[in-house]
Design a protein around this ligand. Structure first.
Ligand code: MV4
Length: 501
């Protein structure tokens, strides 16, 4: 592949990731094009890009997922490449293919790599051939309940029934005894059918209290594939990651090297190019198993940037231009420790109920070792149409302890009014002995968290929030509402609650 310079990138996304991509484009002198839905007309990504085009009404199915309109904007604006961000069209092989046909560079892997990894049974078959460790199970979809149950008896219970078209936990069922197999399989199949239009399921041995550890890989079009170490992503709820860090405190240098090689082998098997993530589960005996590969830039990529000093979006663009990687595996060094807390407009005291609304105040933390990637500004709105993530607070420290201390400081400094946020929950995790001691699994939230554990807001917070809200002035706010724990309702009325921590 010959290299050809990219001069203008269409960013097919919104919120913090659109801003993230625009910033690197600016660093590199690349012009940027934004697309927006009606309610995003004045959103930060629209204001920051060099030009912006309307693509439709609020629902993503009629805007950020409309491939024909997006390709039309690419042509009209003269963009030579599209960056899909994460979510939306980022893992849509058909879209990647359509870009290629239109002569526009898709900043991501080849459609064939997206397809192979998108089908979890195809991925398992490929990984088996490549010798990447996997949980015992099937590499084909199971034909019927009788066959499935026989396989399950053979593997030994408990087993997990997973959707071939799945990922991220949808259509998954744990089965502990043979008598429950047929029922669980039929539930998993109908869930998979309605979620993905594909009811194929396969079986894996259920790994009991695993850690979720994923490796960042980076590959060019010249046969070079390296890894940029791992991210620990075990702190999640309902398959939604909340806190990530790099490196993982669980891995020895030896295991890190072994898993890194497995991740590189996984990527090579599908001729991967660009940045990608190979997810593993690590069990209590430190065995690791391939779970899936995400063929996109991930939300949590900043922790990798913080410990490697690399800009992953820049790396994506360089690879898309056809350049060979500028570093080899030995050039990649790990420095210090980084933690990311995702701040959502959700109420941790009401089962993380989404709490969309207007940000009456948004004053993110700053200072040494703190990076905040936010998608909304003060006065802006978190809309129910889209992901309720407000921002990502990322800290760096020479050690894990220092990174945690900085996160605690940053979370205290963060002022948000107008919507309820997960900041108090993040703060709870940062102080928890199991988290601090590195003794946790993917079950951390279920095992250690309940809503009462979040302290009510202090007088100080109340006064500060009230002052902030008053200065915003547009709507009068009943004093009694400020700082009062959310009763659960999230839609409709204007909210003005300060965070509790
Ligand atoms: C597993 C597992 C245990 N054993 N596979 C969840 C989402 C999807 N990526 C796969 N997932 C899991 N697969 C086997 N063989 C446990 C999970 C799982 C999980 C994995 C990572 C992070 C959080 C999780 C929460 C519940 C279940």
């Amino acid at each position: 592949m010959t290299s050809s310079e990219i001069t203008k990138i269409l960013i097919v996304n919104r919120g913090e990731i659109a801003l993230r991509v625009i910033r690197t484009c600016r660093d590199l002198g690349i012009r940027t094009v934004a697309v927006y839905s009606d309610p995003d007309r004045t959103a930060p990504h629209v204001l920051m890009a060099d030009e912006a085009y309307r693509i439709g009404p609020a629902p993503s199915s009629e805007s950020y997922l409309k491939t024909d309109r997006i390709l039309d904007v690419a042509r009209r604006s003269g963009a030579d490449a599209v960056h899909p961000g994460y979510g939306f069209l980022s893992e849509n092989a058909g879209f990647a293919e359509a870009c290629g046909k239109a002569g526009i560079v898709f900043i991501g892997p080849r459609p064939s790599a997206i397809r192979s990894m998108g089908d979890k049974t195809a991925a398992r078959a490929l990984m088996e051939k490549a010798g990447v460790p996997m949980a015992p199970g099937t590499t084909d979809a199971v034909a019927d309940a009788a066959e499935g149950q026989a396989v399950a008896e053979d593997i030994g219970f408990p087993v997990l029934i997973k959707a071939a078209a799945g990922g991220g936990g949808k259509g998954m069922r744990i089965v502990s005894v043979g008598s429950e197999f047929a029922g669980a399989m039929s539930t998993a199949q109908s869930e998979a059918r309605s979620a993905f239009g594909d009811d194929r399921v396969f079986i894996e041995k259920y790994i009991k209290s695993p850690r979720h550890i994923e490796f960042q890989v980076l590959a060019d079009n010249h046969g070079n594939t390296i890894h940029l170490f791992e991210r620990e992503c075990s702190i999640q709820r309902r398959h939604q990651k909340v806190i990530e860090e790099a490196p993982s405190s669980l891995l020895s240098p030896e295991l890190r090297a072994t898993m890194g090689e497995a991740a590189v082998a996984a990527a090579r098997t599908v001729d991967y190019t660009g940045v990608g993530t190979v997810e593993f589960l690590v069990d209590e005996d430190m065995n690791f198993y391939f779970m899936e590969m995400n063929t996109r830039l991930q939300v949590e990529h900043p922790v990798t940037e913080m410990i490697t000093g690399l800009d992953l979006v820049e790396q994506q663009i360089r690879v898309a231009e056809g350049h060979a990687l500028s570093l080899s595996q030995n050039d990649v060094q790990m420095n210090g420790h980084s933690i990311e807390c995702r701040v959502y407009a959700e109420d941790p005291s009401s089962n993380f109920l989404p709490a969309p609304g207007k940000l009456a105040r948004h004053s993110p933390p700053m200072g040494p070792g703190v990076r905040v990637d936010a998608g909304v500004e003060e006065g802006g709105e978190v809309m129910m149409h889209y992901d309720p993530m407000i921002s990502k607070v990322v800290t760096w420290g020479e050690t894990r302890t220092r990174a945690i201390a900085r996160m605690i400081r940053a979370l205290r400094e963060y002022e948000i009014a107008g919507v309820t946020t997960t900041i108090p929950f993040c703060s709870f995790v940062m102080h928890h002995p199991a988290f601090v001691g590195g003794n946790f699994s993917t079950h951390f939230v279920d095992e250690h968290f309940s809503p009462e554990m979040i302290a009510p807001s202090s007088e100080d917070d109340l006064v500060r929030a009230l002052a902030a809200v008053k200065s915003v002035d547009d709507e009068s706010v009943p004093e009694a509402n400020v700082g009062v724990p959310d009763s659960g309702s999230s839609n409709g009325e204007w909210k003005s609650r300060t965070q509790r921590r």
